[in-house]
Design a protein around this ligand. Sequence first.
Ligand code: AMP
Ligand code: ZN
Length: 466
Amino acid sequence: MTSGTPQLKLYNTLTRTKEPFAPLDAGNVRMYVCGPTVYDFAHIGNARPVIVFDVLFRLLRHLHGAEQVTYVRNITDVDDKINARAARDFPDLPLNDAIRQVTEKTAAQFLADAKALGTLEPNFQPRATDFVLPRPDGKPDMVNLIQSLIAKGHAYEANGEVLFDVTSMADYGQLSGRNLEDNLAGARIAVETHKKNAADFVLWKQSSPDEPGWDSPWGRGRPGWHIECSAMSAAYLGEVFDIHGGGLDLIFPHHENEIAQSRCAHGTPAMAKVWMHNGFLQVEGQKMSKSLGNFVTIHDLLETDKFGGRKWPGEVLRLAMLMTHYREPIDFSVRRLEEAAILLEKWERFAADVVPASTPEAESLTRLLEDLDTPGAIARMHSLIVDEGRAAEGLALADLLGVKIVRSLAADPEVEAKIASRLAALASKDFAGADAIRTDLAERGISLLDYKDENGNRQTKWEMKR
Ligand code: AMP
Ligand code: ZN
């Protein structure tokens, strides 16, 4: 083993190399990840960035201190797909009310899914609609960003739209490696006549009276997709920050255009230092699509038997995802979930009575520091728990990965019912009755652990004793 402090290395899409990661400000390590467009249940492809960047968040907190990391994941709640869904599902409501129904329900579902996947909440989860117009708190907003792009000669108004002029930025295309000629040649669609260049993209567009719209200097309208993230990242992380993430499909056009907007509006040489992209997920060997009938939502896996005839707990899903390196494609399958479930059961058997080490040793982190090599880290964890008799260390590594091994098997309704009666007995000071239930469960190998929840109410967790 080499000596010295282990160094985190991350693959940067912008430079196409794996680089040592050094935060711009060690007192505030800043990461932005593009979040979901909330019009429908999130599918298991959407679960991938949620899980991958949660592992990175946990690792950064471990390396730099939990208070020294700021993670922002936005919610896109203005989008034409949302409008279409709202009109379809709530035809009798005014469109704006219908939109609110769709986005609030979907955003709440997304947060519940993310929680079930064992993720920590990001520090901020801003909604795009709160950043369209200038804000009372003076944080950056989309209208102001667009105005400065126009003032600096990077954007122009045409046909009621505001467009970004890609020829105004000398190095437009750096992230995706597309040059302007490619973009112009690649535009198969006839050049819309109001655009100066085929690759110019929309910053603002007009809304019809029944579409969602905000009164802006360019009339009543709504923002383009890319400008949202430029505003929300600047609002919480500043003009230049450390890490920007999302799925591979976002490199072009979304991230390319975010970079163009932010750098040109702020006059900075970079928007984020490191650009990270997770690989794509397909299902049983095929691209996931509604028409192929292999479209699987996170909710389907957690709550129904649509995939493989059974429900899959969040920790199984999470482990199944992390068994592949984040930059590789994943073929998601029932077999993979079964493998993950078997591994978890095995680790649970070896580690049920073990108290995790308070923090993993530096040596256990080696694989994870190598561009988040989660399969390598999982192999190491397996070896610690199963082969080396070092389960406490293995569990500390599992904690860092957010993989829950010894779980309270809170799914058994009979046990849950007994626990509820015991809590009721305790509340009415029937201690003998409460003890009888505890003894009864102990005889079945179930041990109870009382704790207080955030409201100070007594709760009980249970575990299988081994
Ligand atoms: P969307 O709501 O489509 O904007 O996607 C939200 C996030 O999920 C983005 O970071 C996408 O890149 C990512 N994503 C979407 N589909 C997949 C997939 N099949 N595999 C991996 N990541 C995906
Ligand atoms: Zn974005």
